[in-house]
Design a protein around this ligand. Structure first.
Ligand code: VLZ
Length: 135
């Protein structure tokens, strides 16, 4: 059975999220709000087609993409940059590289047991988010 990320996932732990936002030059006040938020990921997967919605009471962020198809991403409401993004499968991990102004930028998603993991990387900072299944 291939992996299926679909579902609603709620954030449980969020290690180094503030450092990640800081390296993206997100301002102090926004960072303080952002780290206090509960985040919910709503994922719809149809084969290699994905829709990721990150929902919070402050801001939402939506990303739709197809694996192996490069696309323009505007990180609106996050650091507001434009990057060229490409998501690939590495085994059962979804691996995104975000080419742009910031070096070594990207993320990885994977599932282990009933948890969804997200590793967010920029330069030398790695944030690890762990979500548990809501529905
Ligand atoms: O996630 O790129 O799941 O795009 C934080 C929203 C969203 C809260 C972080 C407000 C999304 C923050 C990171 C205000 C500064 C991301 C991808 C993988 C989907």
């Amino acid at each position: 059975m291939p992996v299926d990320f679909s579902g609603k996932w709620v954030l449980e732990t969020n290690d180094k999220f503030e450092e990640y936002l800081k390296v993206l030059n997100v301002d102090f006040a926004t960072r303080k709000i952002a780290i206090s938020l509960s985040q919910t990921k709503v994922v719809c997967q149809d084969g290699d087609k994905f829709d990721f919605k990150t929902l919070s009471t402050f801001r939402n962020y939506e990303l739709a993409f197809t694996v192996d198809v490069e696309f323009d991403e505007h990180t609106k409401g996050l650091d507001n940059r434009h990057v060229k993004s490409l998501v690939k499968w590495e085994g059962d991990k979804l691996v995104c590289t975000q080419k742009g102004e910031k070096a070594n930028r990207g993320w990885k998603h994977w599932i282990e047991g009933n948890k969804l993991y997200l590793e967010l990387t920029c330069e030398d900072v790695v944030c690890l988010q762990v979500f548990s299944r809501k529905e």
